[in-house]
Design a protein around this ligand. Structure first.
Ligand SMILES: NC(=O)c1ccc[n+]([C@@H]2O[C@H](COP(=O)([O-])OP(=O)(O)OC[C@H]3O[C@@H](n4cnc5c(N)ncnc54)[C@H](OP(=O)(O)O)[C@@H]3O)[C@@H](O)[C@H]2O)c1
Length: 278
């Protein structure tokens, strides 16, 4: 049976490829974008199964209007993909307060706001699948990634706890941890670097910006295959709580888990020393 998807940040990159893959699978798609007219040029095949609607996830009033439009057009929402986001890269100390708030407002509050707007419909249906696009940077630390990493660690924490709230209603949650995918993520159109230079960090900042810029549009991951994998995920009867995508993410997660396990064992004598003995 065909599904109805609601996807945020569907103008380009992973969001666009997920929308295209869901349409190709015969599903209905509510594709949201900040600029609908430029997004509509990205969808070459126009069909009545596609509803393109404006959404900036930082606008508190916008999600409800999108949900209302989706339900009016298709009657249900089966899959919510919280994808909209960007990377605030660079050093914490060099990042202005406004940029910190903007990162959390988009990647965390925007995602929660969208989820809150969709939940009444999913609860009424007693079904649905919320797919939150986190990152390998939500599991593992990277250089010059403190704020983006903070936002994605928050998406991880939100997702795994939300899954418990929603399990009694038959609503599934999956948090997806992509590695590096070839989108505009590291392009000037999307990424933001910290803007208050401090002399102590000058060399480190230059090295990091060069490293990230060299990866721009050279990443290992294929967004078209990402879209196909998410469609497969949405068609799985018992979807996982976490899904790594990309062999780079797989390796980094495994290496990090091994280090974490070794650290737990190394410090277990102290960890286990604080219980009452009565
Ligand atoms: N590519 C990667 O390597 C990678 C890895 C791990 C995780 N991710 C995550 O995957 C998601 C998609 O990123 P991408 O790689 O596809 O990057 P992208 O090509 O830069 O696309 C980002 C999308 O998010 C939208 N967006 C940004 N801020 C928004 C806002 N306030 N409201 C609504 N939409 C907004 C953009 O819309 P506009 O066109 O209007 O700017 C665009 O559609 C993000 O959450 C990102 O953190 C990406």
């Amino acid at each position: 049976m065909s599904k109805t998807w609601l996807i945020t940040g569907a103008s380009r990159g992973l969001g666009l490829e997920m929308a295209r893959a869901a349409l190709a699978a015969g599903d209905n798609v509510v594709a949201t974008a900040r600029n609908v007219s430029s997004a509509s040029r990205a969808f070459t095949q126009h069909t009545d199964r596609l509803l393109l609607t404006p959404l900036d996830v930082t606008d508190p009033a916008a999600p409800q209007a999108v949900v209302d439009a989706a339900l009016a057009r298709f009657g249900t929402i089966d899959v919510l993909v919280n994808n909209a986001g960007y990377g605030q890269l660079g050093l914490f100390e060099e990042t202005p307060e406004d940029d910190i708030q903007r990162q959390l407002e988009t990647n965390v509050n925007g995602l929660m706001r969208m989820t809150r707007a969709v939940l009444p419909a999913l609860r009424r249906q007693r079904s649905g699948h919320i797919i939150n696009i986190s990152s390998i940077a939500g599991l593992v630390s990277f250089d010059f990634c403190t704020l983006y990493g903070t936002s994605k660690f928050a998406v991880e924490g939100f997702s795994v706890n939300l899954a418990r709230d929603l399990a009694p209603f038959g609503i599934k949650v999956t948090v997806v941890e992509p590695g590096m995918f070839r989108t505009d993520f590291l392009d000037d159109r999307s990424v933001r670097f910290s803007g208050n230079p401090l002399e102590d960090y000058a060399q480190a900042r230059e090295d990091a910006e060069t490293l990230y810029k060299n990866f721009n549009h050279q990443q290992l991951g294929d967004p078209v295959k990402f879209g196909a994998a998410i469609v497969e995920l949405a068609n799985t009867a018992e979807p996982p709580l976490h899904l790594l995508l990309g062999s780079d993410a797989l390796k980094m997660a495994r290496d990090d888990l091994a280090l974490r396990q070794a650290e737990i064992e190394r410090w277990q004598h102290l960890s286990a020393s604080t219980d009452h003995t009565d």
